[in-house]
Write a protein that binds this ligand. Structure first.
Ligand code: ZN
Length: 483
């Protein structure tokens, strides 16, 4: 993303609070979003979530293209183009887009992930036409020259240095990701490999733009203080004249069978706090039949979703080897997804002790199953998180946009509460047994270098250290799911 806005959604697509986001984003309630939709003749699907609580709107334009759609050897071009979309058209010169939005009291940003690229503005409701005009303009009329493109490439290289190369945790995430996916392009970092970023040029950006940026390859989501009757003429006026184009199908290489577990160790003198992670290959909403994605959400919640979860109770409270432990699972992906587990040792404890304690929890769960009570409680916590989602304009836009752009339907989003409510104990157990397969996993260890001097065992009478605020980032992108 650009480095200007500190808006909540921009923060959410970053690494740090992925776990909080994962709880909220896959969620929706039919009675809340109740979206309306129509499609223009040029193929642009439009979705409206009315919310008249404040006189504001968010416009989010989602393109069905991300880093996993990049040509081989051009890693980072999707994210690079995201930056370049602010480099101007004839009507809105370089650098002016965000300035104009700000002059009208709004804010804007953009994000790139493996599967999609998005642009959004939050403005007063009476400025919706203005931001639509500008967003539609840059879908068709982007102008790029070396004078604009090459300095921005240096910005991206610096972004990579600061977000990945100066962060051992992000470096480990990148290495784990490259190890988890043997062949699928999800193994590539969203921001790109440094040598490939450095070789990207104006022609690469323009080719990618022309191939993928078209109304029939986009979803427009508007949320806020506007009615369908007001929205439709605005959309027709600004986006209607854009022409549909042939867009290449999303054909991605697929994974071969996974036969060997992998272990990735990163030592760095920048590491102050060692940590442990494991990623298992898992199905998404739209890919894979090894387990049910709804059951996996319940599983992740009961296993590692907060202070009452099995991992926290066992690894942190009972065994007292961990300062923190938890899990994450995000079923939103075009192809396969990941089920992740992390643990941070207490002072004086080792990663091996944390790993053994986590594995004990997993083994118990697989062997003995789960209880009706914890499944019910996990479902209730997920449902409660969904209720928070309805209060935010941006969350509604984000949930719907992400679903549609990864191949799901509005109906899928609207039925989420019922689908979660219907998950059974048996389904959770089946999902756990299917996903927790060592040969489909990669384990990552983040260690200080040199190793710290041995510390006396933590005194059991002293309280556990405060949980770290940022658990290990999920392995999907440079430093999270978006950049
Ligand atoms: Zn960026």
């Amino acid at each position: 993303m650009k480095h200007r806005s500190g808006s909540p959604i921009a923060a959410c697509v970053g690494a740090a609070i992925m776990f909080a986001c994962a709880l909220v984003f896959p969620t929706a309630r039919a009675a809340v979003f109740d979206p309306k939709t129509f499609t223009l003749d040029n193929g642009l699907q439009v979705v409206l979530v009315e919310n008249h609580s404040v006189p504001a709107v968010v416009q989010m334009l989602w393109y069905k293209v991300g880093s996993a759609d990049e040509p081989r050897g051009k890693s980072g071009i999707a994210h690079f183009l995201e930056h370049l979309m602010f480099k101007g058209t004839e009507a809105v010169p370089a650098g002016e887009f965000s300035k104009i939005v700000a002059q009208h009291g709004g804010r804007d940003n953009a994000f790139t992930t493996r599967d999609y690229t998005g642009y959004y503005q939050v403005v007063a409701a009476d400025r919706l036409g203005l931001v639509m005009e500008m967003e539609a303009d840059r879908m068709a009329n982007l102008r790029l020259t070396d004078e604009l493109v090459l300095p921005e490439r240096d910005v991206i290289l610096e972004e990579r240095r600061s977000r990945i190369d100066n962060s051992p945790a992000a470096q480990l995430g990148e290495a784990m990701n490259a190890a988890l996916y043997l062949h699928h392009p999800y193994r590539l970092p969203v921001i790109g490999w440094e040598s490939e970023i450095a070789a990207l040029g104006t022609d690469d950006a323009l080719a990618f733009y022309e191939q993928h940026y078209a109304p029939n390859n986009a979803i427009l989501v508007v949320a806020g203080d506007v009615t369908l009757e007001e929205l439709r003429p605005l959309v027709e006026k600004h986006y209607g004249p854009l022409e549909a184009r042939d867009v290449p199908p999303r054909v991605r290489t697929q994974e071969p069978p996974h036969l060997a577990s992998r272990r990735v160790v990163l030592r760095s003198d920048q590491v102050r706090e060692p940590s442990w992670r494991r990623s298992y290959l898992a199905p998404s909403y739209t890919y894979g039949d090894m387990a049910d994605p709804y059951a996996l959400q319940v599983l992740s919640e009961l296993l590692g979703g907060g202070p009452t979860s099995r991992l926290h109770r066992s690894v942190v409270l009972d065994e007292r080897v961990g300062a923190a432990a938890g899990s994450w699972y995000d079923p939103n992906a075009v192809d396969m997804s990941t089920f992740g587990i992390y643990g941070v040792p207490r002072q004086g404890q080792t990663l091996e002790a944390v790993e053994a304690a986590v594995e004990q929890v997993l083994a118990n769960l697989v062997r003995e199953g789960v209880t009706e009570e914890e499944v019910a409680a996990a479902k209730q916590r997920l449902q409660a998180a969904a209720i928070f989602a309805r209060d935010s304009l941006q969350t509604g836009a984000r949930v719907l946009g992400e679903a549609l752009v990864t191949g799901r339907t509005i109906e899928d989003v609207e039925s989420w509460p019922e689908r979660i409510a219907a998950v059974t104990v048996d389904e959770v157990e089946t999902a756990a047994r299917a996903v927790f397969k060592e040969e489909r996993s990669v384990t990552g260890l983040l260690l200080p270098d040199p190793a710290p001097a041995p510390v006396a065992e933590a005194d059991p009478a002293t309280p556990a250290p405060a949980p770290i605020q940022t658990p290990a980032p999920p392995p999907s992108t440079p430093a999270g799911r978006g950049s």
